[in-house]
Design a protein. Structure first.
Length: 144
């Protein structure tokens, strides 16, 4: 004698249907998987977007008083972003004076020291220009 699987209820056996609860569960799982895939591939925000370089604005060199009677003649250029509006260099020159004034000459001898000062200047410029400037370049750097 062979034993076969018996349907859960006689009504299911007569109609040949699956349980509606199972169908709803399968549809819910499918919906969650499709929703997650859509979010991951389409709606998920991408990481931080690098700004696109725009115009480079060279500012006239200025002289800054250093400590112990020395001075620095420095010129800079501002690398603007492509979507930046017209950049007025006065805020950058003001930041330059603030960062470099009364600096000891020995703090500007090596490339690493100058780069640290440039990074400090860039922090001021980022604050003043609200992301319109993405870089600063020295165009002139003379100490005496």
């Amino acid at each position: 004698m062979t034993v076969t699987a018996m349907p859960a209820t006689a009504a299911d056996a007569a109609e040949g249907k699956k349980s509606p609860k199972k169908l709803i569960l399968v549809l819910a799982v499918l919906l969650v998987v499709l929703g997650g895939g859509t979010y991951f591939f389409v709606l998920k925000p991408s990481g931080p977007v690098e700004p696109v370089p725009g115009e480079v604005v060279a500012l006239d060199p200025i002289q800054v008083n250093l400590a112990s009677g020395h001075y620095l003649r420095v010129g800079i250029a501002l690398q603007l972003t492509a979507d930046a509006h017209e950049a007025d260099g006065s805020a950058a020159l003001d930041a330059l004076i603030e960062v470099y004034s009364n600096t000891d000459l020995s703090e500007l001898v090596t490339t690493e020291q100058r780069e640290r000062k440039k990074e400090a200047l860039m922090e001021h410029i980022e604050h003043d220009y609200h992301g319109d400037v993405m870089g600063v370049f020295y165009t002139e750097f003379v100490t005496q």
